[in-house]
Design a protein around this ligand. Structure first.
Ligand SMILES: [Zn+2]
Length: 1120
């Protein structure tokens, strides 16, 4: 045989095969031993010599491990051996020994050579191995190394397609077979090769066509039955790996269902569950079953919101026009298409996707790179004449107080109705203070029972401060008074049972008296009677007449710690198995609708066999409840009004429960791809029985909580055009403690619009002669509600010129909150801020003397009232409208922006702007700000940025907060400007209004993983403390930025400031770039979903399917 064919010598003309030359090369200084051996192999033509060299190499690489293989690959060994293989393959009867040696060697090298697949294909080696296999199916000695090499070939997707065409899929099915203790190594390799081949859709289709799905299932069952001592778990796992890849295609899933795959994998998994070492089998089975679970549509007539609010002006291209232009029934068609229909490379073309390295900067796609867009452009886009109307909101700039009598303080005394109440100074919210125990309500005279309206005598009816100025006020007041009796009837009814007037009283037989807990001492801003009055003035789209107990009674933060839950191993898996059981044992499923807003009458079934649900009250959001098993309910949330999606927020009432029984609740139409419910967050529950016995409070509750992708198909219309998306299930289990209780569940501590109005009324009553407080209506919302605007500062010390001048010229701090209704935590932080600002502490007085505060505590009242998660009644996210807000569609944003534009126009640009938000996927409290330099740094366009000048002042406030507020985490802050955020308040106020310190402050919904509250879930006390510490930070900021004060204490303060901005030095490694402020990069690596798209799953190892099996899973979301 002549192994040096012409082709090979052609390629190597530069090293002719003369013995002298070879020897010289061998002796060349610097040549490694490996090079010597390879050169010899390449140049020899003698079979025996070749065999000897291959022998040596095999031994060398066996002993030397990875390092020697690396040298072999780097010296071009792979190609030399592959060429040798191809040459030998051309022989009529190649030496078996040679083939054995070559394949053994390639089997060792292949897995370590990243380009092995391409090299093999380009050298034409694939067919040599395949032909050899075909001829030696019974020759196990040769078969094993050939299969090992084939396994490496197949891991390349292009090779997989071409091997499939050569019949290798069929070939593998000939090799694998029923249970046998013989040749298990061979079998394992064949199965892995098959699994790799089946990643190609074409091959998967081929396997389905030839009825291999039932065959694989039969083989799996055979192994499951016979491998009783679990010695061959890996083989069983490889069989599942094949099934997993076949079921990536729709036909494969169908074949799996037709072959009774669900039942087979369900039953085998159930038998594997007790053996922990078999977890990988259970997990892979679960993954396959979830993928194959037939997709259902949500049990709804339409996914559009139940409630419709007609807009006066519907822009043709807006979301509302789109929503209602679709023919009925189109909106939630089940989409069975594969998730990755268009992404898989399945062609014969040599698209070398194996080297498809991800662009490390791809994740930075969203960062703004246009320097001009990053530069502030304080151009006045509107003529000043147009803005002049906003002058009336800034009376403090012109007020001269000439009519004031400072001694008596009368000019600022509360209104008559308020004045009748004793002024009680409020306590600055801090999480240190522990609430005093409540007085036992049983010792109190009973409050009104069912027949009697609650006491009214000290209920202020004075709503003028927030009445709608367009309406004649006297008339409005009259209506309010007239409507009061109606309100009270409604209210008393709801107070006595919430839903349909049935509640604890009725069932307890003896007409028990509802005792309103006396929370006045603990909740100075809460007044149940006043709350009812406020509710009456609140306009909801559904026209709610009921009041939820928690909002009526108020919430006293518990004084025990609520720890972030440690997840119990296997929770998600067991929940998913319970879901799969619905398919396996369909007769066990009740499927009884017990609450349904889509039915006009919303029938209340009361057969004693099911829970009663209700959410027809402010901020309520439950559309449907279906009893699936005796103690398990599927719950469907309503979409935001005038929208067909955005559901996450929930708030509903449950009654008629049994005591001591665990109930499982599944919210089945969640949308976000991950949630803090996977990382220790619990739902909130409020028990009315607890409330009337002295503990009116929301508590974190629920066990077996998890959040995972379910089998309800999400219409592409509701998923931004993406096909094949699913909804997510948030599941939790609760055991009720009290008989005849009425309990409420919420996503986070509710804070309704009526609560805000009540708090503002009470805050106003706290004015002292030192406090300048004004409350005005900024505008009316689409739903006819008032958007309050507050002005808080200190009264001037006197009417003297200097004092008036100081008063008028205080810098403006502009604060907003609750643009996103589902982020109730933002309102609690705002409450803390407002309480601080109205408190009598010297710090608060000092702060008021330093600034004029303009505050819009609720930018989206309509969304809050109607239980929306994200949008206003226009069906749009208001925090994406700041670039060009519409006066008709986004009045609150339009007018808030106008106020800011007015301020800039008169040269009073705010010193600080901050918009309070809540964050559903991260822990702690943190800020997003805007910095040109940090943005530019992230994009690595450093060349153009070196000359950028930027004041580092934007870092001072977050830095101060990290020193003052225990929940605040500086390392979670980001100052990068993203393109997708160009229409948010933060970016527009920074860029257009020119506020350098323009922030979004994000508070966790879950808890903290640093600082004093590490490991604890967040509560209202901590949120309110955050709001008050924000004020303290502003006071320090003032001291740092006031030129006057700097002059007085220059040395000390300058040191402090440079200390504060010491970030100057570490600023070169700026804060972690966060992808999206509301949906940050998915940093917590958890495979909780059943993606059909398994391309990122190289070795099918699903040991980490349950995140709790991964020790690193818990706190990975903190940015580092
Ligand atoms: Zn938000």
């Amino acid at each position: 045989m002549d192994y040096s064919s012409s082709r090979r010598t052609d390629r190597h003309t530069r090293s002719p095969c003369s013995p002298e030359k070879t020897r010289k090369e061998i002796m060349t200084k610097g040549s490694s031993g490996m090079e010597v051996i390879l050169t010899s192999l390449e140049n020899t033509r003698d079979l025996q010599t070749i065999l000897n060299i291959l022998c040596i190499l095999n031994e060398l690489l066996t002993v030397g491990g990875g390092r020697r293989v690396g040298v072999f690959v780097s010296k071009g060994g792979t190609a030399i051996v592959l060429q040798l293989l191809v040459q030998s393959g051309k022989e009529a009867s190649p030496s078996e020994e040679l083939m054995l040696h070559l394949h053994s060697l390639l089997a060792k090298v292949g897995p370590k050579d990243r380009k092995f697949g391409i090299k093999a294909r380009l050298n034409g080696a694939l067919n040599v191995t395949v032909n050899l296999l075909k001829q030696n199916l019974q020759n196990h000695k040769l078969l094993l190394p050939c299969l090992q090499v084939l396994r490496v070939y197949s891991s390349n997707s292009v090779n997989a397609v071409s091997l499939g065409k050569s019949g290798v899929v069929e070939l593998m099915f000939k090799v694998i077979g029923p249970y046998s203790k013989k040749n298990t190594t061979l079998l394992k390799v064949a199965l892995d090769t098959l699994a790799a081949l089946l990643k190609s859709k074409m091959n998967a289709r081929r396997a389905v066509d030839r009825a291999h799905v039932p065959a694989l299932l039969a083989i799996y069952q055979d192994w499951h039955r016979n491998d009783t001592r679990h010695r061959h778990m890996l083989i069983r796992k490889s069989i599942l790996g094949c099934i997993k890849n076949i079921t990536n295609i729709k036909l494969g899933r169908k074949a799996f269902i037709d072959a009774d795959g669900m039942r087979i994998l369900y039953n085998t998994s159930a038998e594997c569950l007790p053996v922990r070492t078999l977890d990988p089998l259970v997990n892979t089975s679960s993954l396959i079953m979830r993928k194959c679970f037939p997709k259902n549509r949500l049990p709804l007539p339409t996914i559009k919101s139940v409630f419709h609010h007609p807009l006066q002006h519907v822009p043709a291209s807006g979301p509302v026009a789109q929503l209602y232009s679709q023919p009925p029934g189109v909106d939630d068609v089940v989409d069975e298409s594969d998730d990755n229909e268009d992404t898989e490379v399945d062609t014969e073309n040599d698209t070398e996707n194996e080297e498809d390295e991800k662009d490390p900067r791809a994740q930075n796609d969203d960062i703004e790179t246009d320097i001009n867009k990053l530069r502030s452009r304080q151009v006045l886009t509107r003529p000043f004449e147009e803005l002049r109307v906003y002058e009336r909101f800034f009376r403090e700039f012109s007020e001269d107080f000439q009519d004031c009598e400072f001694e008596s303080g009368k000019s600022t005394s509360p209104s008559a109705s308020d004045a009748s109440k004793p002024l009680r100074s409020i306590i600055i919210p801090t999480a240190h203070s522990t609430p005093r125990p409540l007085t036992d309500p049983r010792n109190k005279p009973p409050r009104p029972d069912k027949g009697e309206p609650p006491r009214l005598k000290d209920t202020p009816v004075d709503l003028d401060s927030i009445s709608i100025s367009k309406a004649p006020e006297s008339k409005l007041e009259l209506e309010l008074v007239q409507g009061l009796s109606q309100l009270l009837l409604d209210a008393s009814q709801s107070v006595n049972g919430g839903c349909g007037g049935e509640g604890p009283q009725e069932e307890s037989g003896e007409q028990a008296v509802l005792e309103v807990p006396d929370t006045a001492a603990l909740l100075p801003l809460h007044d149940p009677d006043l709350y009812l009055v406020m509710v009456k003035g609140t306009c909801s789209v559904p026209g709610y007449t009921e009041v939820a107990y928690p909002d009526y009674f108020g919430h006293v933060a518990p004084n025990f710690r609520e720890h972030i839950l440690e997840r119990v191993y296997g929770v998600q898996r067991s929940k998913i198995f319970q879901d799969i059981e619905r398919l396996i044992h369909p007769t066990d499923i009740l499927d009884k609708v017990v609450y349904d807003l889509d039915l006009q009458s919303c029938p209340v079934i009361d057969d004693g066999e099911c829970l009663k649900f209700n959410s027809q009250f402010e901020s309520g959001n439950l559309r449907k409840a279906i009893q699936v098993r005796k103690f398990e309910y599927d719950l469907v949330l309503n979409s935001d009004i005038n929208s067909n999606h955005y559901h996450q927020w929930f708030y509903f009432e449950v009654s008629s429960m049994r005591v001591g029984v665990p109930y499982r609740f599944n919210i089945i139409n969640c949308e976000k791809s991950n949630s803090q419910f996977n990382y220790g967050m619990q739902v909130l529950m409020y028990s009315v029985q607890d409330a009337i016995s002295g503990s009116p409070r929301w508590v974190r509750t629920g066990s077996d909580i998890c959040y995972y992708k379910n089998h309800f198909s999400r219409s592409s219309i509701a998923a931004g055009g993406q096909k094949g998306k699913s909804y997510y299930t948030m599941t939790f289990t609760v055991t009720f403690q009290h008989k005849d209780d009425v309990c409420y569940f919420a996503y986070h501590y509710p804070y309704t619009y009526s609560t805000l109005k009540m708090h503002l009324q009470k805050l106003r009553a706290l004015r002292t002669p030192q406090i300048y407080y004004r409350q005005e209506q900024l505008c009316e919302t689409l739903g006819g509600n008032c958007c309050p605007l507050l002005t808080i500062t200190a009264m001037p010390e006197s009417t003297g010129n200097d004092h008036i001048c100081q008063f008028r010229n205080r810098p403006v701090v502009f604060l907003t909150a609750r643009v996103h209704p589902g982020e109730t935590n933002a309102s609690w932080v705002m409450k803390g801020t407002l309480e601080f600002l109205m408190s009598s502490s010297p710090l608060a007085q000092s702060l008021r003397e330093s600034y004029i505060f303009k505050i819009i505590p609720m930018l989206n009242p309509d969304g809050v009232i109607n239980g929306n998660h994200r949008c206003s009644l226009s069906g749009e996210d208001l925090n994406r409208q700041w670039l060009t807000p519409s006066a008709e569609l986004h009045p609150t944003i339009y007018h808030t922006k106008s106020l800011l534009q007015y301020l800039t126009a008169i040269g009073r640009t705010p010193l600080v702007f901050c918009d309070y938000h809540g964050h559903s996927r991260k822990k702690n409290v943190f800020m997003y700000g805007c910095s040109i330099k940090e943005t530019v740094w992230q994009t690595n366009v450093s060349a153009s940025s070196s000359d950028l000048q930027e004041d580092l002042g934007y870092r001072t406030l977050p830095k101060l907060l990290s020193q003052l507020a225990p929940a605040f985490s500086l390392s979670s802050c980001s100052f990068v400007v993203e393109r997708s955020k160009e229409s948010t308040a933060r970016v527009v106020v920074w860029r257009e209004i020119g506020v350098q310190r323009s922030y979004t402050m994000e508070s966790t919904l879950c808890g903290c993983d640093q600082g004093k509250y590490k490991g604890l879930q967040i509560g209202t006390r901590e949120l309110e403390e955050m709001g008050s510490q924000f004020c303290v930070a502003l006071l320090r900021l003032r001291r740092l930025t006031s030129p006057l004060e700097l002059r007085n204490h220059h040395t000390h303060l300058l040191d402090m400031e440079s200390d504060l901005i010491e970030t100057r030095c570490n600023i070169t490694c700026p804060t972690t770039y966060v992808m999206e402020e509301d949906e940050p990069a998915f940093l917590e690596e958890v495979d909780y979903s059943a993606e059909s798209d398994e391309e990122n799953d190289p070795d099918a190892d699903h040991a980490h399917l349950d995140p709790s099996s991964d020790p690193e899973f818990t706190h990975q979301d903190s940015l580092t």
